[in-house]
Design a protein around this ligand. Structure first.
Ligand SMILES: Nc1ncnc2c1ncn2[C@@H]1O[C@H](COP(=O)(O)OP(=O)(O)OP(=O)(O)O)[C@@H](O)[C@H]1O
Ligand SMILES: [Mg+2]
Length: 333
């Protein structure tokens, strides 16, 4: 049965391991027991720094890369064995689209439509979806980077897929174009029942377009879930502004840390200390006042995806350190 109708995840990547052999004959681990679930009818953001394995994971799902071990299922089929059965249900834009420079955007899409056996009328429809109708008759060579990206998205939409995979579609788009992407993706999800899997290394972009987020680091998924749940599960912060010499902030840090109150380094300004605990501001202020330290400003900051991301990274690092210790100082990787 169609997973879209059953509420089952659309795809599952389970414990994928992929090691590339580099030009120098070394082994480069791209995926290290990478496991993720792709829920149906969602915009899923795959977030991770450069080189963390996002493209490799997407290529594995699309059958463009062979993994060393692990299993992939999509639409109830085992991949890559049954890739041909799911190929028609998947549209993808990976590592920039390849188009003919001298042809117009529309002509490029018409060629692809013929190739895929898609009716010509679909071309106008997808051009319209990505907002390229006014530029459809211009040569591809004259397109801006953002227009090229949008034509790539249009090409991925040609087969009317159930799963749309976009690798870094925001690359080269200006903030306005990124904002425009959000309604397009939610339209595809809500009105076409599509699942959209979008990768990016830029947190703000993922936060803007996704409703489900998977955070990947060093080839491994370290956190995943609904965006709202990831953020809600992260404590808010108390941010103090303490102007004056650095020694003052160092003293405040020492006083609070003596009381077991952790300070994070990622506050917004150089004069700020960000307190990552369930502590309430008055309790913190009382402790500091006891040492004659009086902040200029105190504010409460609600948790954001950035906070959830930083927490996930810290938790993953602590987990890795614990494994290293257990293994007698040898790293598990
Ligand atoms: N064809 C290849 N040969 C050798 N190593 C590779 C190959 N492709 C990727 N890698 C390595 O695998 C790791 C993961 O790469 P991948 O492209 O999947 O990361 P990414 O998260 O997509 O990064 P980015 O944000 O830069 O696109 C990196 O260390 C990369 O250098
Ligand atoms: Mg990539």
């Amino acid at each position: 049965m169609n997973p879209v109708e059953t509420g089952e995840p659309l795809a599952r990547l389970d414990s994928l391991v992929k090691r590339y052999r580099t030009a120098r004959g070394r082994r480069q681990t791209a995926l290290d027991r990478f496991s993720m679930t792709v829920p149906a009818r969602a915009v899923v953001g795959l977030l991770g720094p450069n080189g963390s394995g996002k493209t490799t994971a997407l290529k594995a799902l699309l059958g463009l890369v062979r993994v060393d071990s692990g299993t992939i299922t999509a639409f109830g089929q085992q991949l890559p064995r049954d890739q041909h059965l799911v190929a028609r249900r998947v549209g993808a834009l990976i590592e920039g689209p390849a188009f003919t420079a001298s042809l117009t955007g529309e002509h490029n899409l018409r060629l692809l439509a013929t190739l895929h056996g898609v009716p010509d009328s679909t071309v106008a429809e997808v051009l319209d979806l990505v907002g390229l109708t006014p530029d459809a008759r211009r040569a591809y060579s004259g397109y801006s980077l953002g227009m090229k990206q949008r034509l790539g998205v249009a090409a991925a939409l040609l087969p009317s897929p159930d799963l749309l995979v976009l690798d870094e579609p925001m690359n080269g788009l200006d903030p306005e174009a990124i904002r425009d992407l959000r309604p397009l993706l939610t339209h595809l999800r809500d009105d076409r029942g599509m699942t959209v899997l979008v990768s990016s290394h830029i947190l703000a972009e993922v936060e803007l377009v996704s409703d489900h987020v998977t955070i990947v680091r060093h080839g491994r998924v370290i956190s995943e879930g609904e965006l709202s749940r990831l953020v809600d599960g992260t404590p808010d912060r108390v941010v103090l502004r303490l102007t004056g010499p650095q020694s003052l902030r160092d003293r405040a840090r020492a006083v609070l840390s003596d009381r077991g109150i952790g300070i994070t380094e990622d506050a917004d300004g150089p004069d700020e200390l960000s307190i990552d605990t369930g502590e309430r501001a008055p309790a913190v202020l009382r402790i500091l006042a006891g040492h004659d330290i009086y902040p200029d400003e105190v504010h409460h900051r609600s948790a954001s995806l950035e906070d959830a991301y930083i927490r996930a990274i810290h938790a993953a690092d602590e987990g890795a350190a614990a494994v290293a210790e257990r293994d007698g100082g040898r790293y598990a990787r």
